[in-house]
Structure formats: C-alpha cells, structure tokens
Ligand binder design. Structure first.
Ligand code: AMP
Length: 190
C-alpha cells in the first residue's frame, strides 16, 4: 500500500503519517524532514536549500525527485510508503507515477487534508513553541500556505482524474481524522 498525504502546512500531515505508519506498518517519506536533515548536517545540498526553505518557497522538483528515488528504489520500502509532503507540484506528481512504475509500484490512495488559513496559523504557532522549526513563524506560514494554494490545484485535479483523491476534513480532531483515515485504508487493504 503506497499512500500520498496531501495538504497545506499545519494540516496535520506529519501527525497523521506517524499514526498510519504505526498502525499499518508503513514507512514515512517526508521530503520536508529529509531536507531539514540536509540543512542540519550542513551538506552542500543543505547550504543550497536553507534560504529557499526559510522563505517558504519550494525547492526544485529535481532536488526532491532525487531524494525520493533513493527511497522508492529500495526494496525494503516497496509498496509500504506514505509520501508526506510529496508531490507538491504537477511535475512532481507525474515524476512520482513514473518512478513508481519503473519499480513495479503504484499509488493506492491520496488523502487530502483540508484546513483553513486561520487553522494553519494557529497550529504552526503551537508547533513553533514545541519543535522550533525555523520556517514556523506566522509570516513564513502565510507564505507557505500561499505557495500551497498556487501549486496544489493541478496536483489535486491530477489525482481527481485518476480517482485516487479522498478529501478529509482536517479541521476535525486528531483522533477523528485517525478514525476516518483508518476506515479508508482498511477498505483498500480489503
Ligand atoms: P514540510 O515539512 O513538508 O512543510 O516542508 C518544509 C519545506 O521544505 C517546504 O516549505 C519546502 O520549502 C520544502 N519542501 C518539502 N517538500 C517539498 C517538495 N515536495 N517540493 C518542494 N519543496 C519541498
């Protein structure tokens, strides 16, 4: 079972991914986490991308494409990946399909968490005090939400056309969302 979890910053993608990973024995592939690790380790890629991430823009499709290929090509993760924060552009969505096909896999469902800008701001400020992410302040949060709004529509349309999209009310409580997602995934597992 390969799953995409999609939604604006602060929608709860990371929280829900961690829950799904545990319950359904999957692996979380968070491009945001991988990129932050590069920055923390001060790799040449990390140095290149830190200003982009801190301005709330997206890094290039090629950079994230390379990161996810490392994962998809590894047999250990085959058919067990939850893509958290990838794809974010139409180009990335197409690239993901191609990569999965190359390694004999596909996406089973796309879970879209819908939340308002107000909720995003509130959650990001809460997260800032807990996790101290440098891109979690109100101004950058607004910019990241706008970036999402600008780039997400073609991705959503793409998955609507392939009948994979499931829209979930991300304003509900964590446990309510857990239950809804579990129901969807149990039905897919059959
Ligand atoms: P996230 O942790 O998913 O909110 O990602 C944090 C930041 O990493 C984003 O604001 C982007 O700058 C960058 N990023 C993460 N995933 C992607 C992606 N799929 N494409 C481009 N940039 C990304």
């Amino acid at each position: 079972m390969n799953i995409v979890i999609f939604g604006p910053p602060g929608a709860g993608k990371g929280t829900q991914s961690k829950y799904i990973v545990k319950k359904f024995k999957l692996y979380q592939l968070s491009t945001g986490d991988l990129l932050r690790k590069e920055i923390k380790n001060k790799t040449s890629l990390g140095l290149k991308i830190s200003s982009i991430i801190n301005s709330g823009e997206l890094v290039s499709d090629q950079i994230v494409g390379n990161l996810i290929e490392n994962f998809i090509s590894n047999d250990k993760y085959k058919g067990k990946i939850i893509f958290d924060g990838y794809p974010r552009t139409l180009n990335q969505a197409k690239n993901l399909d191609e990569l999965l096909k190359r390694y004999g896999q596909e996406i089973d469902t796309v879970l879209k968490l819908s939340v308002s800008l107000e909720t995003v701001k509130k959650r990001i400020l809460e997260r800032q005090s807990q996790e101290k992410r440098v891109d979690d302040n109100e101004q950058i949060a607004i910019k990241r939400y706008k970036t999402y709004e600008e780039s997400s529509e073609p991705v959503i349309d793409y998955y609507k056309h392939s009948n994979l999209l499931r829209v979930i009310n991300g304003e509900a409580s964590i446990s309510e969302i857990n239950i809804e997602i579990s129901g969807i995934l149990e039905a897919i597992k059959g």
